[in-house]
Design a protein around this ligand. Structure first.
Ligand code: GLN
Ligand code: ZN
Length: 769
């Protein structure tokens, strides 16, 4: 190693980069390939061009070591399954016939076989394909993709560092394959998996890799002693290999905690740790563990999953402290830059005063390079950058948008009573029953109805100026009339207007709230070829005028039955946005809650007696460590109550959540103090109903009886059977009948038939009661 002081060796690196390209070229090429319009060779060429462009951009920005193997046609966990030969039995033929088509068959399924299950990548909005393993799984090494991409970068003159999902995280993310006992623990396959990783590492070494990165983000979650032992064993074994590349074990999305000493002691050559807000505690833990003598430390000081500029002085202070704790300190983002959009400079519609606070992947890369330079050569070497950074941060702290005195005064004046309804649920429910006059097992839907081509055309026409606001409004009203008349005919009890005016629900509200910004090109991969453009919650939140009242009131004017108002809750408004990092999340949630409270109250004042506030993100935003749950649930439930507690007892508040493991948050759901909750349940045969009952949930609930993720039409008998199951857990006085979720992705024919069957099933069961 070098004789220079540690600081002089400081290098800049990243763990991964957005894959899509500036104009989402990858999405277009992959989808074109699926449709047969793009050949396999053309797809491969597009991918290689994108990789080359990314590496070149990173190198030109001053990044010393570029990541390879992080690129993916669909998902890097699926790539790992291919790398270790964990191809499910049902996909083997497709893979054998054609590797690329087989790969996409695992990702998306085919006419005949189901795809792998998809789930959230830790607490991000990226989704990965869940490996399916069992006691009979035989792993075999396939290092072709990793080696090829490494060589590609090497040939272009870069210093590549292959990035792999680590073996422990891979197994901890896996689940029992279909047909295998559900309590099968994939981690028991570790001894079988390690030789495969050893082989891949040897292949990369043979190709010339000096360093290989193994990602172990699963170690920032609560882990049992057995799991920590497995991690120790894994890295003792891989570290003990002869003729291997140097190993950098990377952690991100939080504090390593008890896994830190395990990895620090392992015979590996370097560790990457999260030193941003989410990783708070890593610095102290590292010092307590005696640092990393003789090892390389990669310090994630730039937030890799939010879009705000770094605070250089703060980061340099952290880096300075770290210099005393490791042999060599390098600079990086806290995680792969996959979770942020590409380039803030592409946003031409954002006020330049605000744009200077934004850092997307490209800007974050420059920050990392600047910090590495500052660490290596002293702050004088980056004096100009430091001054500019200080000025940008100061402009944000002083800006009118981040400090609205009226909003601040309002949140400061919140009292406990504001978050409490005037009567407890037990009394309210009687008032609501009298007021609404609903039958037993009332039927309703979750909000959206099919988003037809005509609706999308109307929106495009409005944007392009082909129709004016009035013309657009007419088309929306036509749609509302159609949705209402169908529901009346079908015999649904609590109607909805169908949300035709909304494209994406969070975006719809963000556009109307002051303090939120929209981006033009801020695409982030959600899964596969699906990208989303999360709005930016940049400032203090207020609601200049009602957002939904017009549409809901119009729908109510068409019918005597109750029309349910439809809003998105504060937790979800935060979870599906890039949220400000200059104040606690709870404070931001309270601001959003007060804006929604005004909307809820206005809906009520305009004749709406049932109001649903969706919180599909409540469970998914739960922090990774159990120790952090209580603080989160405290502000999450409080902000929901704040938005919904301003109404009279006879006004019924609903909430809705999509599929999730609810077992550990039933208390929190109860703490929302909503009157009715609808939940996804059809696929799990009413499992959530049993979970709610097991925890003594005392309120009304509608476990879904129609799986809206599939075009399949549930028969009346099928829906009735699910309702009977539901009744075993929830009494008839508290059971609602509804689909799993909104219908916006469905077509009209199946929606019609399914909802008619759902009503028929409810009537059948009512007659039996
Ligand atoms: N009300 C929304 C809809 O029906 C709920 C969507 C959701 O839960 N993600 O589309
Ligand atoms: Zn849902």
């Amino acid at each position: 190693m070098t004789a220079k002081p540690a600081a002089a060796a400081a290098r800049a690196t990243v763990y991964g980069y957005p894959r899509q390209g500036q104009n989402r070229e990858l999405k277009k090429a992959v989808e074109g390939y699926w449709k047969g319009r793009v050949s396999a060779d053309a797809l491969r060429q597009t991918a290689a061009d994108l990789r080359r462009g990314t590496w070149q951009q990173l190198a030109e920005a001053g990044v010393h070591e570029v990541p390879t193997g992080d690129f993916s046609y669909y998902d890097h966990v699926l790539d790992t399954s291919v790398m270790v030969g964990a191809v499910p039995e049902r996909h083997r033929d497709a893979v054998r016939a054609d590797a690329l088509d087989g790969y996409f068959a695992m990702a998306r399924g085919t006419q005949d076989v189901a795809p792998l299950e998809m789930t959230k990548w830790f607490d991000t909005n990226y989704h990965y394909l869940v490996p399916e393993l069992g006691p009979d799984t035989v792993f075999t090494a396939d290092s072709a993709k990793q080696v090829a991409e490494f060589k590609e970068a090497l040939a272009l003159g870069h210093t590549p560092r292959p990035v792999l999902v680590g073996p422990v995280t891979y197994l901890l993310l896996a689940k029992a394959a279909p047909g295998v006992a559900a309590d099968f623990e994939p981690l028991t396959l570790l001894d079988r998996l390690l030789p495969v990783y050893a082989e891949v590492l040897a292949d990369l070494r043979a190709a010339g890799a000096e360093w290989v990165q193994l990602d172990e983000p699963a170690l920032v979650q609560d882990r049992t002693p057995a799991e920590l032992n497995a991690a120790a064993r894994a890295y003792r074994e891989l570290g003990g290999l002869t003729d291997r590349p140097k190993l950098l074990v990377a952690s991100y999305f939080g504090r390593l905690g008890e896994a830190l000493p395990v990895l620090a002691k392992a015979p590996v050559d370097g560790l990457a740790l999260d030193f941003t807000e989410t990783g708070a505690g890593n610095l102290d833990d590292l010092a307590a563990a005696g640092g990393l003598p003789g090892k390389r430390l990669v310090a994630g000081v730039v937030n890799g999953r939010n879009i705000w500029i770094n605070d250089y002085e703060k980061s340099l202070a952290t880096l300075g402290t770290l210099l005393g704790l490791a042999d060599r300190v390098d600079v990086s983002a806290s995680c792969s830059l996959l979770h942020v959009p590409l380039d803030a400079k592409a946003e031409r519609d954002i006020d330049p005063q605000i744009a200077r606070w934004l850092a997307f992947a490209k800007q974050k890369t420059a920050e990392i390079v600047t910090l590495a330079k500052g660490l290596a050569s002293g702050t004088d070497a980056i004096a100009a950058e430091l001054a500019a950074n200080r000025a940008d941060l100061a402009s944000r702290a002083d800006a009118a948008i981040t400090r609205d005195p009226a909003v601040r005064a309002r949140t400061a004046a919140i009292t406990d009573a504001d978050g409490r309804r005037s009567q407890p649920y037990a009394e309210r429910t009687l008032a609501q029953r009298a007021h609404l006059g609903l039958p037993l097992l009332p039927t309703t839907t979750i909000g959206s109805f099919p988003q037809t081509t005509e609706l999308r055309t109307a929106r495009a026409d409005l944007r392009a100026g082909r129709i004016d606001e009035a013309g657009y409004e007419e088309r929306i009203k036509d749609e509302i009339r159609e949705v209402l008349s169908f529901q009346e005919k079908a015999g649904i009890d609590v109607l909805v207007h169908g949300e035709p005016e909304r494209n994406d629900m969070v975006q719809y509200f963000a556009e109307q709230l002051t303090g939120y910004l929209a981006t033009q090109h801020g695409w982030v991969q959600s899964y596969g070829t699906r990208y989303v453009r999360p709005p930016v919650l940049a400032g203090d939140i207020s609601r200049p005028e009602p957002m939904t009242v017009r549409w809901t009131a119009y729908a109510q004017s068409l019918t005597d039955r109750p029309v349910k108002g439809m809003l998105t809750g504060p937790v979800t408004m935060l979870a599906w946005s890039f949220v400000r990092d200059d104040q606690p999340l709870g404070e931001t949630a309270r601001q959003v809650a007060l804006a929604l409270r005004d909307e809820v109250n206005d809906l009520e004042a305009n004749g709406t007696s049932v109001i649903q506030v969706d919180e599909p993100a409540l469970r998914e935003t739960l922090p990774l460590r159990a120790a952090d749950h209580a603080a989160y649930l405290q502000w999450a439930t409080e902000s929901f109550r704040l938005s919904t507690s301003g109404v009279r007892p006879q006004t019924q508040i609903h909430t809705h959540m999509c599929y999730a493991e609810f077992g550990d948050i039933v208390q929190a759901i109860d703490d929302l103090d909503a009157d009715v909750i609808s939940l996804e349940a059809a696929r799990s045969h009413m499992q959530v109903a049993r979970e709610l009952a097991a925890h003594g949930y005392p309120r009304e609930a509608g476990p879904g009886v129609y799986d809206i993720h599939s075009p399949r039409i549930p028969s009346t008998e099928e829906a009735a059977a699910l309702l009977r199951k539901g009744l075993e857990a929830i009494p008839a006085t508290r059971l609602w009948v509804n689909p799993d979720c909104g219908l916006k992705t469905r077509g009209w024919p199946e929606t019609r038939a399914s909802l008619e069957n759902l009503v028929a099933a409810a009537r059948e069961i009512r007659a039996e009661l």
